[in-house]
Unconditional design. Structure first.
Length: 186
């Protein structure tokens, strides 16, 4: 019996320690009309990303495109936007999916003045890993997506970001203590 409890506890810890892969689907977002607050919240796997456009070529930060996050400056699309996850996550990859791409847009992600990713190309449709590897993001911290090449002749779009939820250490500790308590009680 003790062995069965031990194995069950270890199996529970292994499941809890497994990071959960998820996808932010930007095609499922209801983007606000230009005259309203432009804050959007995109969610998956219980993680919310609060996103706010901060710069574009037409003077008023806004989301453009309707069913994707377009960027690059063409058509008034975003040059920069801020985003804040509410859980610790790792950004693994991004999906570019636009019927047409103008120029050779590139981007990076930063926290304040610290650049977290190398320059990433956004000139071909597909799913790509971030140059420099996955990007670790802390809950409650605001990060900035920054378009490096912009102008009226630059445009691309994200349809999704793939990320992994990082399990909380306190949850693992509590499960371990509970398992030890069960073993001791028997």
């Amino acid at each position: 019996m003790r062995r069965m409890i031990w194995h069950s506890a270890m199996f529970g810890l292994a499941i809890a320690a497994t990071a959960e892969a998820a996808t932010l689907d930007f095609t499922a977002v209801a983007y606000p009309p230009i005259e309203e607050d432009q804050t959007i919240v995109v969610s998956d796997a219980g993680v919310n990303f609060t996103m706010v456009p901060i710069d574009n070529l037409v003077g008023s930060p806004r989301w453009v495109g309707g069913d994707r996050i377009t960027f690059g400056g063409g058509g008034g699309s975003s040059l920069e936007f801020d985003f804040t996850p509410d859980f610790d996550v790792t950004l693994d990859s991004y999906t570019i999916d636009l019927g047409f791409i103008l120029g050779n847009p590139t981007f990076q992600i930063r926290e304040g003045v610290n650049v977290l990713s190398a320059v990433n190309d956004a000139d071909v449709n597909g799913t790509f890993g971030f140059d420099g590897g996955p990007i670790s993001l802390d809950a409650g911290t605001t990060y900035t997506f920054e378009n490096n090449e912009f102008g009226a002749a630059m445009q691309s779009a994200f349809s999704a970001w793939q990320f992994t939820v990082i399990p909380e250490p306190s949850t693992l500790c509590l499960l371990g203590l509970g398992a030890l308590g069960l073993l001791r009680r028997r």
